[in-house]
Every structure is written in structure tokens, then in C-alpha cells.
Design a binder for this molecule. Sequence first.
Ligand SMILES: *[C@@H]1O[C@H](CO)[C@@H](O)[C@H](O)[C@H]1NC(C)=O
Ligand SMILES: *[C@@H]1O[C@H](CO)[C@@H](O)[C@H](O)[C@H]1NC(C)=O
Ligand SMILES: *[C@@H]1O[C@H](CO)[C@@H](O)[C@H](O)[C@H]1NC(C)=O
Length: 732
Amino acid sequence: MKAVAVLSSLAAIADAAATWKNARFGGGGGFVPSIVFHPTEPGVAYARTDIGGIYRLNDDDSWTPITDSLADTAHWGRWGPDALALDPQDADIIYSAVGMYTNDWDPNNGAIIKSTDRGETWTVTDLPFKVGGNMPGRGMGERLAVDPKNSDIVYFGARSGNGLWKSTDAGESFEKVDSFEAVGTYIPNPNDSSGYNSDKQGLAFVTFDSTSDTVDGATSRIFVGTADNITASVYVTEDAGATWEAVEGQPDQFFPHKCRLQPDEGALYLSYTDGSGPYDGSLGSVWRYDISSGEWTNITPVTGSDLNFGFGGLALDMQNPGTLVVASLNSWWPDAQIYRSTDSGATWSVLWQWGNYPELIYYYGISTEKAPWIRNDFLDVDSKWLGWMIESLEINPHDSDHFLYGTGLTIFGGHDLTNWDRTHNITIESLADGIEETAVLEIASAPGGSELLAAVGDISGFSFADAADLDTAPQNVWNSPKFTSTDGVDYAGNNPEKVVRVGKDGGAPMLALSSDGGFTWALHAGADSSASGGKVAYSADGDIIVWSTESGNVIRSQDEGSFSAISSLSSGAVIAADRSDNDYFYAGSSGTFYVSSNGGSAFSEAGSLSGVDSIRDIATHPTTAGTLYISTNTGVFTSTDHGATFTPLSTTLTNTHQISLGVGAGSTDFNIYAFGTGPNGARLYGSGNGGDSWTDIQGDGQTFGAIDGARLAGSGNVGGRVYVGVLSRLVK
Ligand SMILES: *[C@@H]1O[C@H](CO)[C@@H](O)[C@H](O)[C@H]1NC(C)=O
Ligand SMILES: *[C@@H]1O[C@H](CO)[C@@H](O)[C@H](O)[C@H]1NC(C)=O
Ligand SMILES: *[C@@H]1O[C@H](CO)[C@@H](O)[C@H](O)[C@H]1NC(C)=O
């Protein structure tokens, strides 16, 4: 469900005061690689996502985003946290290693970000290499750790052959640890020419032994894991990092994803997998290492043909030494499995087992009240209830009943884990409320229709009927048909209950129609499975579709007839429908503008745009036929004659990307919103005077990742409101 290279998140709302908040999906919607509890301060915990930054846990099980200010357009990769560490001696301090990709998809080197106020404010220390928060292996860890005896010492295990790095000034600077020579040579697929799967996975974790002596004020014994499946993968220092050696007697198969210290037992617990995750792993093991005796014990909870997966999340009950849980990383059928032991791994019990085949006996109940769509559109249509990509699994160190684990879809967890030992039945809930981690690929707000239509990656999409609904998690995703990814959505201007969407990855027809504002859908009768992806434009009356496909041409259908190519437009053209006049469609390719006055059957070149070599977006006026706004590399142009002639708007805004009109505050006028470069740099601007002047409406506390990928929709119904859909990945 959750593809490795898919990214990004968060639809936000600005009212006139430019305060931003998330529209509530309620259930995450993407992969959560890690959850970290503070070891000594009750109630302090954070989740890191792969494309949506870091979130702080609240008392009521909800989460608050804490890195929204960090990912401006020049640093969009900072929403990819690859590791997170808390200072065991100061519960206010957080560190994270951030950066989205180690290949050229992310132009920047990574950084270590630090907060001393639980994520309210941050400082940034640049690293001299890249970090891969949305790369394979992002669920291993944590690769970043603060010495429990010395808050100035921070270690970071890097990817790409860069080895082990250390700070001795509380994260202000980092230097390579030359005495540590292993680099983690495992490569998921050396043939991947994109660089995404062909990078060295690097180091897996840094785990301090808080029970060891101190040397010059530093913890003496530290374990470091590497992604190596042929040589050793667990190393130890006994002299605070001066010298290192491979731990003797260690497993010689697979490599470790998690390494947890149980101080009362003087033992490490490690989960192993034959792949780097999060989407793979077909074999693995679980081990206990007794630190003082040096004895390794294989405590893998399953054997034989039942063992067809590796192990990811592993959590220790800090209140009850010897009690632990471990999860399959990816057990695709019938479901993931979680194992629990109360005797240090000597014996295990399961969360479900086969009854009389095909019956399953569940030792849990599951509910998704905070995100009903998870139950309705995922659990109820799939055997996988517990999830997949389970790299994180945590027991609250202060509350043996409270557990959380991240999946490819959400965070599950609950508050009665010790019932496992009493009644062997626990309650699992979806507990990702506040984490918004989907790739928002297109958004629209229909005047007189649905207030927000959000096309998203991996989980199809959502409709919100009214502004009041934006705080309520939807009952359903766009289903029947459910697209893996929905790339484009549009509504009919004169009949806004009519909505069209296009998607991809299904191997089936990828165009669906709704006549109730995007709540129920049916496949378009004329679509075949050859066309997919891209963007779609719906004629004003809702009988003609122009589809700029990702898979090929720009194509057209009328009255649900079959599609035919529009020969006058080249593939990838930007398209839009006139919102009022059913005969008109508009298009742009490179710097050339096209208009169709016969319902999209044919397009011809229209008004020239001097100096423009890239038309990025076309916004048609919600109520006035023939009035439109064109976003280009030189700024915004407007036309009031169906694109026959254009006038440039204020040149204070240049190099613009998505553009949208929305209802103005307190009047029937429309505001114009655009991402572009203006007086305050590259960000979101708005104009309440038809584009004569532009105001920075983004503000200082909110960033939107790369602005050339951010989606924009002025509200069709609420004065002064605009929606932004964020796409962290730079799409080229
Ligand atoms: C080790 O990983 C490599 C990929 O880097 C793989 O080709 C090989 O089969 C693995 N070897 C073992 C023994 O698992
Ligand atoms: C990489 O390519 C080589 C040569 O074509 C092939 O033998 C090998 O199986 C490929 N490896 C993977 C992991 O796809
Ligand atoms: C555990 O509880 C759930 C929810 O109440 C129930 O559906 C399930 O059947 C129970 N399992 C067993 C084995 O009794």
C-alpha cells in the first residue's frame, strides 16, 4: 500500500490572520518509521515520519507537528528525519538527523537539528554529507544517540559509507570517528540507476550501555550496528570510543534493525532481517546478548516454514525486566504478527493464530475511531489488520500498558497491553490523530460544492463537504474504485456536485466520476486501462473531460464516450476548463498558450506571453467566463477574453507555480493566491486587488516544502481561506 518512494503530506488552512492548521485525516496515512519515548520523563514521546517531519505526543493520544517551520523551499528535505534522539538527562532536548534522499533527488546535504524546548524552536547544524529520511533502511535505529552520562556527547551513524560521527559540544559540530572503520556495506539493489536503492545502507544504530563505567565523564561501553550481512554487524567499544571491535559470537546472518538495552538484565535484545526495510525482509531472527557473559542466545519466536519474514520493531517493558514484544517487519499474509515474552525470550505468545483453517483466532480487538476510513477502506477489505512495515514498536517506559507501533499506514497502539498476560486479549486502536503524512497530489475547493477535495498518494483521496467538516476525520477514502494514487481531481463549474478524478498504479481504468461532490464514485464508462496519472479538467457543465495523462497524450471524452487523443496538444500540457462556459478549455505547453472553443475537440495557439518559456498553471475564474490567470516562469498574466490577449500582473511576483482563486474576505470578490518569488522570497503570496499587489500570507512559522510541488486551492465557499497540499518530494 505504501510505496517506498512515495512521499509527503498535510493540507493546511489559512484564515485572514494567516494561521495555519491541518485538515484532519485523523490517521497518519503514511509510514511512521520510529517512535521514541524519553527514558526518564513520563509522557514525553515523539514520532518521526519519513516525509512529514516530527510529531510530539500529547496526553490525549493525539500528536502535534513540531517541524512545520523547517522545510522552506530551499530545504524541503528537512521533513525527512532519518533518526531521532532525546537527551536522557534533559527531557526538553531533541536531536534529529534530517534530509530526504542521499541521491540527487535532494539537492542538499543533511543536517542535525536540535531543539531545547521540545520542538518549539530549532537550531540547525549542517552535515558534510546527505541523509536519507525517505530511503530504504529508514526504520533501522536509532542511528542517533546522546550519551546518558554526558549531554555534550552525541553520536550519529551515517549512510553512504560515511561511517560514525560524533559531537562533543552538544550537537554544535560533528567530527568523523576515525577509530570506527565499518561503514555498513549492504546495498538493496546495486542496479538501481536512480541511486535510490543502490546506496550503502550504512550504520543501523548507536546504543549506549548506561550500566557501564564512565571514562573521562563519558559512557565507556557503546554498541554500534551496521548494515552488513557477510561481515560482523555489531561493534562495541569499552573505552568510550577510542577503540572498537566486533562483538564476539554474534549472528553471522542478516543484520540488526533494532538494539535495545535492558539495564536490569544487563542484556541487549536485537531484531534482525535480511533486507533493509521498510518494504522487504523474507527471513530474520531475534537475539539476546548477555553483556557480562558475552553469550548470544537465539530467541527467534518462530521457526520453519512459518518464518517467512524478518523482524523490525522490538520493545522492552522497562518496568518488568524480561518482558518484551517483537514484530514481524513485513508478513504479507494473512497478517503481521506481534510476539510477547515474559521470560526474556525463552517462550513467546502470539497476537493471533490459525484456528480451523481458514479461521483466525484473534487475541485482540481493533478499532479505528480516530480515523474511521482505516477500518472502512483498509481493515474491512484486507486480511492485514495489524499492518505492515512495522519498524517501530514501543512500550511506554513508565506505563507497561501503553504501547504504540508504526505501520505503513498509521500508528496503532493501546492502553491495556498487560492484559496480554492476564486474559490474552488486548485492544488496539488507531492512534495517529494529528499526524498528517500523505502525499497530497492535487486539491480543489468547489464554489457551492465540496469545500475540499484532496487527491492523495497511497490512500486514494478524501472529500470534505463543508468547512465545518475539516476537523473531523473522514468516514471513507475515495473508493469503488479506490486508486492506489489519485493524481488529479476537478469539478464542473456550473454543476459542482460533479467531480472527476484520475489516478494510477491500478492496472485498471483510472478515471472515476462522482455526482455527489466526491462521496460516491463510479468508473467512467469510456476509460480503458491504457491511460493513467496526470491531471484532469472537467467542462463547466460536466459532460466533457480533458485528461493530460502521465502515461501518454492529452485525451478527451464526451458523455462518457471513449477517449481520443487531442492532436493539437503535446503530452504533459497544463490544462484547465472554463468554469462557466462549457465550450472553452485552455492549455499551456512550454511558453505557448492554447485555447479550445469547441469543448476541447481542437486547440489552437492563442494570446502570446512575451518572455515566457514555461506555463506552470492555469486558474480559471470561478464565476466569470473567459477570465483566467496564467502562472509562468516570469510571473502571472491575466486575460478577460478567453486567452486571446494577456496582460502581465504586478511584477513583484515572479517565477510562480500553482495559482488559485478563492472567495475574498467579506465580499463577492475573489482573492488570487500563488506560490512564487516575491518581496519575502520564494513562498505563498495572496492578492486581494486582482494582482496589483501581493502579500506574503505564508508567515514565519509555516513552511510548505518545495513550492514548485505544493498544491494550492483558494476556498470556493469561505472568505479569505486557502488550502495548501504539500508534496515534499521534488518532482522533476
Ligand atoms: C548480502 O547482501 C547482498 C546485497 O548487498 C546480497 O546480494 C547477498 O545475497 C546477501 N548475502 C547473504 C548471505 O545474505
Ligand atoms: C543486476 O544486474 C546484473 C547484470 O544484469 C544481474 O546479474 C543481477 O541479478 C542484477 N541484480 C539485481 C539485484 O537485480
Ligand atoms: C478478543 O477480544 C476481541 C474484541 O472483544 C474479540 O473479537 C475476540 O474474539 C477476542 N478473542 C478471543 C480469543 O476471545
